[in-house]
Ligand binder design. Sequence first.
Ligand code: NAD
Length: 297
Amino acid sequence: MRIAFIGLGNMGAPMATNLVAAGHDLHVFDLSAEAMRALGEAGASVAASAAAAVEGAGVVISMLPAGAHVKGLYLGRDGAPGLLASLDAETLIIDASTIAPEDARVVAAAAAERGLDYLDAPVSGGVGGAKAGTLTFIVGGSEAGFAKARPVLEGMGKNIFHAGAVGAGQVAKICNNMLLGILMSGTAEALALGVENGLDPAVLSEIMRQSSGGNWVLNGYNPWPGVMESAAASRSYQGGFLTNLMAKDLGLAWELALGSRSAVPMGSQARNLFALHAREHGELDFSSILKLYRHDD
Ligand code: NAD
């Protein structure tokens, strides 16, 4: 299958690499030449523009930071046409970025006007899951589009969920990440409290992991440097899932809650914590929220 992949960042690069390894004919584009060079070395064809990457593609996958980038790519920006204007009617669009459900619906409606099927397919599992090809895909869109997308998504992920109509994937993902933001800040808070009362962070982590406080963060994403070798905390919070992106997702949760008049007190708390933390550490992994709680850092 000829696939165009746009956005080769912390997530997109390993996802695209796995599609090459699965035998797909991959044509990639990113604004960063450095990111494209690495994919070229992995066996992908490097395109000069997004429009060139999608020529002749049966599937277009995008993995961009936020809704503005996704709308710019497909609908156009600053008078320049978007990709929707040039795609063949048979092309399936899969956007794996985390964006507002409303943004996904706007792009999907514009795609439908051109007879194109659009799926929102945000992912969970982090950079580790992207590298290992074990991501969870949370898909919104038509049954037919979902069926066509499944074999492609299986080249990058393990659990593939159909959440409902277009936008539903984003709603589910935003709920998940609101919970993750709460879990990460709560875990950092508990670890700092224990350490400031004389405990070893590794010992406390293992006790809580095996006890009723156990959670995904303690299992694989420990925020305390040195406790977990594979975690971003142990490489100075480089790479991983940026604080800026977590702050964006918690903002999306807030907007969603306003729209449905839902109460999200814990999510609001987490949004404020990450928004403050992002002022100084937006480009560090989100587990660096621990810095807010440590006296010694
Ligand atoms: P990133 O910032 O590392 O990568 C984004 C990439 O998009 C960059 O390489 C950038 O150059 C490129 N880009 C931006 N605009 C572009 C354009 N117009 N054309 C081509 N390339 C463009 O972000 P990431 O961590 O890979 O995250 C991507 C999306 O996935 C975000 O929506 C994020 O919320 C979501 N997500 C991230 C993680 C994670 O652990 N990092 C996990 C799940 C979901």
